[in-house]
Design a protein around this ligand. Sequence first.
Ligand code: ARG
Length: 484
Amino acid sequence: MSEKPWGGRFEEELDAVALRFSASVDVDKRLYAQDIRGSIAHVRMLAARGIVTREEAEAIERGLLDVKAEIEAGRFEWRDDREDVHMNVESALTEAIGPVGGKLHTARSRNDQVATDMRLWTRDAIDATVGRLDRLVGVLLIRASGTVSVLMPGYTHLQRAQPIRLAHHLLAWVEGLERDRSRLLDARERLNESPLGSAALASTTFPLDRAQTARELGFRRPMRNSIDATADRDFLLEVLSALSIAAVHLSRIAEELVLWSSQEFGFVEMSDAFTTGSSIMPQKKNPDMAELVRGKTGRVIGDLVTLLVTLKGLPLAYNRDLQEDKPPVFDAFDTVDDCLDVLTGAIATASFREEKMRAALREGFLDATEVADWLAAHGIPFREAHHVAGRLVGRAVAEGKVLSDFTLDELREEHPAFDESIFAALDMETAVERRNLPGGPARAQVEAAIREIRGELEARGVDLDALSKETGARPVVRVTKEPA
Ligand code: ARG
């Protein structure tokens, strides 16, 4: 009998180039655990339906578990000439237990098999990535709770705009990551349906119990349409989209770490464990890890585009093109997982430089809005108030001053409404504290946000103390107060 399951009508062996071109086992062997899990569910159901005997099903299940043990012990010989993970496992099974192994594939096709494997694998991968996202969020929360007192400039157009708290900025990163998490979990919910029983495309003549296999594999229900079940890869597009957006978030965080660790900003010093030096310039400490996180984002976006292009124009149902779904999906998860781990470690161990942030607050007229708001609160129309503040900024620039250097008389030259209370309004701490709306940077608001996020993390079982020990993330000690 030929090695190939379709060997009956084939007289010649597959051409060597064609074999190399089409074999996917190097990539899809990563699905072995899901493949075996799906096969066990299938064969148990075959036995429950009387399609194979109990004894046959038990022999097959034992054989599959042996194959799994061989793989995990590193003793399994993966063979290119057996094309993919499915045929490697099945052929090894049959070699081990004899021809009865051939009954496993009754009422099944690799088309519903691979669709099932990918859904199972993706479900597991989402859970692992979500766990990593939770860790990064946890580390940001720990760092935020230690930096509520640290003021810094907030930016728009990369120009100093208004004073904020460092914690407020770190928690802004958290919000994006929380949405990434919920996008992945949404996709997980939608993909959690079972293709098994769809066979090649038109289901099968055998009286399968699709609900049983769905249940056993933890799927919500069997997919409703057998053609769709074998042809659909939307679930991978959704996941790749969610991963691309997450990668973009990580890249934006990384970009800020790169900026902040430049001498021009000096807001952060990355730890030695997450930076490298230069082989020629002894003074350099480069934020390579952050740069690479930024750099790797292109790959993840590329993975999404790869699969979109693969699917575009494919007729129903299964086409071999679909085999090309795996490299981009595996790569996107691997890349995002690595980026998450690296950023978690880098942020846990970074030193924030409070004095540099304070010094940056002194230049750039971050109090100009306070002047305008003060006047507006004293009955001056905001447009006029804005104009007055603008004139004062212009004058301060010309005279090499900051706004708080002006005397009350000088301020009154620009507008008679000014009184002594304007000076208190120019204080940065006051400016931040007056922004006391939900979502704002005032201490009470930031502390409320921290409490809320901590509650959510704890409800998910994230142990912040353990995380802090393991990553070295401590709330306070790593804020340095060196001379600016
Ligand atoms: N290795 C194949 C894939 O990943 C499995 C399905 C093959 N089906 C087929 N009819 N040739 O898509």
